[in-house]
Write a protein that binds this ligand. Sequence first.
Ligand code: TRH
Length: 376
Amino acid sequence: MDSRWDIFCKVVDNFGDAGVTWRLARQLANEQGLAVRLWIDDLTAFARLCPDADPLARTQVRAGVQVCQWPEPWEDTPTATVVIEAFGCKLPGPYQARLAATATPALWVNLDYLSAETWVGGCHGLPSLGCGSVRKFFFFPGFRSDTGGLLREAGLLERRDAFQASRAARDAFLRGLNVSPAPEARLLSLFAYENDGLTGWLEALAAAPRLTHLLVPEGRVLANLETWAQARVGAGDCIRRGGLTVQVVPFVSQEAYDQLLWACDFNAVRGEDSFVRAQWAARPMLWHIYRQDEYAHWEKLEAFLELYTEGLPGAASEALRGLWRSWNMDGDMASAWAAVEPHWDELQSHARQWCAGLAARPDLATALVQFCRNSL
Ligand code: TRH
């Protein structure tokens, strides 16, 4: 198979669009030996994830990937053999026309959103009609064996295991962020959109019998943190109430964010990429799903909970479902968190089992390359 791949990414909001495509691009280049160009329309978002990137460069090579500013209007360039359109971002018209005109067969793959819903398996790998001579397919990430799987770099879980087994590695990482929790405190992280439920959750944590140290990377949820703290907050600030310490930390690189998740005992995460990384951290988590019109996100949330809580004893499962529903539906986070507390150990071991089950499946980049080889 010709090894030239183009990935197209439009940043709709926040960091997930850039986060997913940047992670995929690196894997295709470094693990699959492919020549990858990543076209992104917003390099500022990209540079937050990859701090050594130049947000103003038209093109730059980072981690073996040629990262290009998606020019507007489009500038003519040779097409690739495999073209990935991430999250329906729409390829530039002239690029599509050139793709249709090439003599060598090319594949156009629509990399879709992640969902645990059962319909996904029926749509994964389906061809899309009406694209002229170019063959176009839908490729769905997912948790079930009839989907394209999840992004997982080679050696990721071994690196996680080594990190989690070493108190020194964890402490050194945290020191780098100026974080030194009390030895008996549990460590939590919080990455979310604005969420009014935060106040109730923080109050429950402050009143809990165990000490808690909560790390909050800079981002949109700081608005709610400020309401609770009744003060402006920024990276480096610490707020203490009862048994709770909340510490704002800088937004870090993708690699460092993985370590942050590995270091914590519980992670509240966001969109698509951090949600998956929290699962690879093998620690219990809380997902702040992207809200969609007509509550379409609700079915997505329930589908994941259904799958995730399989095998989790009834009371723990109910408590976890209650917490996720409250976080995503403006419920009472204080009582939802209180209901989860007695199941802490069960939830810890369940997260490890869940992660091991997912890890037994092929990773998305490997599955995608195999799919394209079979289709070309
Ligand atoms: O950015 P997100 O909130 O979600 C996005 C958007 O909703 C987008 O429109 C949607 O299409 C996309 O999801 C799939 O959350 P997500 O997906 O978790 O992406 C965040 C990225 O930021 C992820 O790659 C992890 C990274 N990150 C860091 O690198 N450092 C950090 O400190 C933090 C908090 C996150």
